[in-house]
Design a protein around this ligand. Structure first.
Ligand code: ADP
Ligand code: MG
Length: 354
């Protein structure tokens, strides 16, 4: 069986395709139509020559997103699994005419996979069905086809849609992922019309339990200054994770207002005819309470992430930087130098030892 949960074996691979050629993203096809895995190389470059364990940083980053998005189940691929995929690609070559187009593709795939370890870490994700990203949707709209922006607007507007997108933003804040929205105090958008939206290609929806919903993919900003979890120190005040504290609820609301405006701007206005307009039909694609729904999502995303982080492993087993972040957010307190879950808000914390 080809699945994210199981180890990839050559015998389960029926075909390997170059899926997004310029990014060296591959597609593995299994024995049944539902067995499809997307294999992607992530840059794990380390930090300015220092050893900061990017493959581990990546692992925890992905795990954070899974706390709010079970459809973004992604795992790092082992060396052994890469060898299995290479073997599958090699086995597939003789089936085709050697030197032909497809044989060239397999050779490229093998070359790409051979570049692994250290600076490149390969990850596997189930293939998203009916994936639609905002960048492609806007391009299509410019060509006269509005189906993409309509589908994304509907997925966001549907019950739970904007809320889920808010949850994704909460995890982006914790991960300090700047490759979707700029959540900083001095934000920049991709162009003059956008306040915070930076990468339209990373805003996307896909089929989840038969409905289109936002997907929290592409979570690891490989040059993010705050990705390093190896040091036992609280990040400085510019870390976006601080947005998730109770005290920053107002800030989250104002960010979500910008995000809602940007999404609306990027999706573009609906063409209402004069009659509908006279009847009061809006030319907006998102509901009027979009910002509030996003903010509610950020709140619940923060809670889900906190709950998962506190339940997953004991403080001693967490990377030092992750533990420091949990404490910095007040999600755990130090008692005699050891972390314990923080008491619920409003209740006086018990003095150590009392
Ligand atoms: N699991 C997946 N299922 C389907 N398509 C995917 C999947 N992962 C990536 N893609 C495709 O690859 C493109 C780039 O993926 P992304 O994770 O954003 O890579 P990058 O970090 O290079 O931007 C996406 O826009 C999408 O078309
Ligand atoms: Mg991307």
């Amino acid at each position: 069986m080809l699945s994210v949960k199981e180890e990839i074996k050559q015998r389960d691979i029926v075909d390997v395709e170059m899926f997004v050629a310029d990014k060296k993203i591959l597609l593995l096809l299994g024995k049944t139509p539902t067995e499809q895995l997307v294999i992607k190389p992530e840059n794990t470059l380390g930090d300015r020559g220092a050893v900061n364990n990017d493959p581990q940083n990546l692992r925890y980053n992905l795990r954070n997103m899974k706390a709010v998005d079970p459809f973004m189940a992604t795992k790092v691929i082992s060396r052994r699994e890469i060898d299995e995929i290479i073997a599958a690609a090699q086995r597939l070559i003789p089936l085709m005419d050697v030197g032909g187009e497809s044989s060239k593709e397999y050779t490229e795939i093998i070359r790409a996979l051979s570049n692994s370890g250290g600076q490149i870490t390969w990850v596997k994700t189930a293939k998203f069905e009916e994936f639609k990203d905002l960048h492609s949707a806007v391009k299509k709209r410019e060509g006269g086809d509005k189906s993409g922006v309509r589908a994304i607007a509907k997925a966001l507007s549907d019950p739970g849609g904007l809320e889920k997108f808010g949850e994704i933003l909460a995890v982006d804040a914790f991960n300090h992922n700047f490759d979707r929205f700029d959540l900083s105090d001095n934000p920049m958008g991709k162009n003059d019309q956008l306040k915070r939206l930076w990468n339209l290609g990373n805003v996307a929806v896909c089929l989840q339990n038969n409905v289109l919903r936002p997907i929290g993919f592409d979570t690891f900003a490989d040059s993010s200054e705050y990705r390093d979890l190896t040091k036992n120190e609280a990040p400085n005040q510019d870390w976006w994770g601080y947005l998730l504290t109770d005290g920053n609820a107002q800030k989250r609301k104002s960010i979500c207002k910008d995000v809602a405006d940007d999404l609306e701007t990027a999706l573009g206005p609906r063409n209402r005819n004069t009659i509908l307009r006279a009847l009061g039909a809006s030319d907006r694609r998102l509901p009027n309470d979009a910002a509030q729904r996003l903010a509610a999502g950020m709140d619940s995303g923060a809670l889900k992430l906190k709950t998962k982080l506190l339940s997953m492993s004991s403080p001693e087993k967490r990377p030092p930087g992750l533990q420091a972040r949990i404490v910095a957010l007040g999600w755990a307190v130090l008692v005699r130098g050891r972390a314990q879950p923080a008491p619920p808000p409003g209740r006086p914390s018990r003095r150590p030892g009392s």
